[in-house]
Ligand binder design. Structure first.
Ligand code: GLN
Length: 303
């Protein structure tokens, strides 16, 4: 299998869409990113990584961190997590407030911001350091001790994060959070602000392709839990465009407004693509197009 050629072909197919995406500007520190920068890495379950473009350049992982936070919260606390957060697609933007009132402060799923705040809250309760737990996990799975938090991005988001603060306070009013709102928000911003490369994230995503097994051979999640995380990625990982992502790519995937998309090839590997130009739903235009091209060329969707 010539993985390098597959990735080069996926990049070439994606670049037909060049110029159609815009970098996130609601977090000022992300606005400077070049919308047509591009990197893509594919890690196989054996732990071998292939890449094209800027696949070793760190970028702001943003909501891609939500996958790792969810997995760690399940690993540490088990099924109880699902009492506080659902697993249905929201059909709404990732930062929407509208469903929370009628649904009594229980977010639809762990991958919209409200749900990720609940997951962060539980992970903070379980570990004492939610952002540190995610960072350490990314370091150990990627083998890259340089994976770290970009404090300027976290501060930028904290200064402008009125929606996340509103979501957290609103949920607190329903009794949905166990820690003080300010601590939950600080850990949420800090884990979104982790900087990691496509290579790091593809390697770190392999435990989902290995049905729960970490790089050192130990088990993080049961096979059933890993299936569940993959299923929630497929149905909710790209927000109100999750249907379109399943239609085009056909893989469990999680995007972030830094332009990263992590996709899982169960039993085979993990792919991470990064390009900061986003569509209206907040997903990387070139990233989704490259994954679409990859699964169309190889037949590697889960369907
Ligand atoms: N930190 C971002 C936010 O809370 C993450 C959103 C995203 O990547 N979709 O708005």
């Amino acid at each position: 299998m010539d993985y390098g050629q597959l990735l080069r072909d996926a990049r070439a197919a994606a670049f037909v869409q060049q110029g159609r995406g815009r970098s996130a500007d609601y977090i000022p520190a992300l606005a400077e990113a070049d919308p047509s920068a591009f990197g893509m890495a594919l890690a196989t379950v054996e732990g071998v990584v292939h890449g094209v473009g800027q696949w070793e350049k760190p970028f702001s992982v943003q909501s891609v961190a939500k996958v790792f936070a969810l997995a760690l919260a399940l690993a540490e606390g088990g099924d109880r997590l699902w009492r506080g957060v659902g697993r249905e697609p929201s059909g709404n933007p990732f930062n929407s407030l509208v469903q929370l009132e009628s649904e009594q402060g229980i977010p639809r799923n762990p991958f919209i911001n409200a749900g990720a705040l609940v997951v962060t809250d539980r992970l903070l309760e379980l570990t004492g350091d939610a952002a540190g737990a995610v960072r350490n996990f990314l370091r150990s799975e990627s083998g890259n001790p340089a994976v770290g938090t970009d404090d300027s991005v976290a501060e930028s988001e904290a200064r402008h994060g009125h929606r996340n603060a509103a979501l957290a306070h609103f949920m607190a009013s329903f009794g949905s959070l166990r820690n003080p709102v300010d601590s939950v928000l600080a850990h949420y911003y800090a884990h979104c602000a982790i900087a990691a490369s496509c290579k790091d994230l593809a390697l770190a995503g392999l435990f989902l392709a290995r049905h729960g097994i970490r790089v050192d051979g130990s088990r993080l999640l049961s096979r059933s839990e890993a299936k569940r995380v993959n299923a929630v990625m497929l149905t909710c990982g790209t927000y109100d465009a999750a249907g379109d992502f399943a239609f085009r790519v056909g893989l469990p995937g999680k995007s972030g407004v830094g332009g990263g998309v992590l996709a899982v090839l169960p039993g085979r590997g993990a792919v991470c693509v990064w390009s900061p130009g986003l569509d209206a739903a907040g997903n990387s235009v070139l990233g989704v197009a490259a994954l679409d091209a990859l699964t169309t060329a190889t037949g590697w969707s889960v369907f």
